[in-house]
Design a protein around this ligand. Structure first.
Ligand SMILES: NC(=O)c1ccc[n+]([C@@H]2O[C@H](COP(=O)([O-])OP(=O)(O)OC[C@H]3O[C@@H](n4cnc5c(N)ncnc54)[C@H](OP(=O)(O)O)[C@@H]3O)[C@@H](O)[C@H]2O)c1
Length: 322
């Protein structure tokens, strides 16, 4: 079978399409025939070495497809089931293993591509708005990179909870998409000072929560956008890692809260996984959540897909098709 592997960290040129042996599921595992791979920023952190990956290795954790075979002791899924997962062991491939209890069955109304597109970013937007900072009607949030994969879903979910959503994006085209997804206000943070704009839009009160996936270029100013006792949710670092900070800053800027959440800690049990994934998939089924699949590229073009994602040339979701 074909897989995209890396032997050393570096730029997108280190991604190689290779012929490897199709894996066999061990105890508790399922073999997935991958029909769509979800591209995520974490693979860029792994490829560049910011996050550790055992080398040589196959990238990718998110995929959807059909269960081809199961290993001993698996009772949660069987061959032929259509499933999606965020815990695939090397998803950039034609076939991949996954722990069977980490597979989520897809309802008939959700296509396999939609399943691959929404599982990781959808669950992320769900836990961020419902658990990390349970947004309530009348509250205001700031969503950075609002037209991105996580961003478009965050805007929709925050709006659905009755919050006022202020989004930031780099271009007018992205601004239109963020508005369509429910952002009440959109700031072009490449052209204007988003801190000044947020102060203007909130009559200097600030926002209850900042969802910051951008990191280095937005974090410090984001703290200045928070209302007293507001929460900074740093969920990623698409622009680079945030500088270390003195906790006293949280005191000085208004008894702020800071958290750096990770999806794994919000879907640690199968019950929690199925509950959060169920909410996301129900949103697609009943039409209240829309997932934008912006690019679909053949698996062999994984490097181009990653270049587009890190080059800020994508919106919504990017899929690789084996
Ligand atoms: N903690 C978690 O559980 C979790 C889960 C999923 C994702 N994440 C994180 O959330 C972030 C978004 O992930 P995603 O896959 O949905 O990606 P994405 O938001 O679709 O893509 C990244 C976006 O970040 C913005 N950006 C700003 N400065 C950038 C820079 N210097 N280089 C590249 N992009 C820049 C760009 O939007 P503009 O052009 O509009 O600026 C770009 O489109 C990532 O940091 C990811 O690691 C965290």
């Amino acid at each position: 079978m074909k897989a995209i592997r890396i032997h050393q960290t570096g730029d997108a040129g280190v991604l190689r399409l290779e012929e490897v042996e199709r894996p066999t599921p061990g105890p508790g595992q399922a073999l997935l025939r991958v029909e769509a791979v979800g591209l995520n920023f974490i693979e860029i952190y792994q490829r560049t070495g910011l996050y550790k990956l055992a080398l040589p290795g196959t990238l990718g954790t998110e995929a959807a497809g059909t269960v081809e075979a199961v290993g001993p002791g698996v009772a949660t899924v069987r061959a032929g089931d259509r499933v999606a997962s965020v815990n695939v062991l090397g998803a950039y491939a034609e076939y991949a293993l996954a722990p069977a209890d980490r597979l989520v069955p897809l309802p008939d109304q959700v296509s396999t591509k939609q399943g691959a597109a929404v599982m990781l970013q959808g669950i992320t937007a769900q836990y961020l708005t419902a658990a990390t900072f349970p947004l309530q009607r009348g509250q205001t949030c700031l969503v950075h990179a609002a037209a991105g994969g996580v961003g478009l879903l965050l805007c929709q979910m925050a709006r659905r909870r009755g919050a006022r959503v202020i989004g930031t994006v780099s271009t007018k085209e992205k601004a239109a998409l963020a508005r369509e997804a429910g952002a009440d206000e959109v700031i072009l943070y490449t052209q204007s000072d988003f801190e000044a704009e947020v102060k203007r839009l909130t009559a200097s009160v600030g926002v209850h929560v900042v969802y910051d996936s951008v990191g280095r270029t937005t974090f410090a100013k984001g703290l200045n956008c928070l209302a007293r006792r507001g929460m900074m949710v740093l969920l990623g670092q698409s622009s680079g890692s945030v500088e270390p900070m003195d906790p006293q800053i949280l005191n000085q800027k208004g008894s702020l809260f800071l958290t750096r959440p990770s999806i794994g800690h919000y879907i640690a049990t199968r019950d929690e996984l199925l509950e959060r994934a169920g909410e996301v998939l129900n949103g697609i089924t009943d039409g209240s959540l829309s997932v934008r699949i912006d690019h679909e590229l053949p698996l062999a073009q994984a490097a181009d897909a990653q270049r587009a994602l890190e080059g800020r040339r994508t919106t919504g979701k990017v899929l690789l098709i084996p």
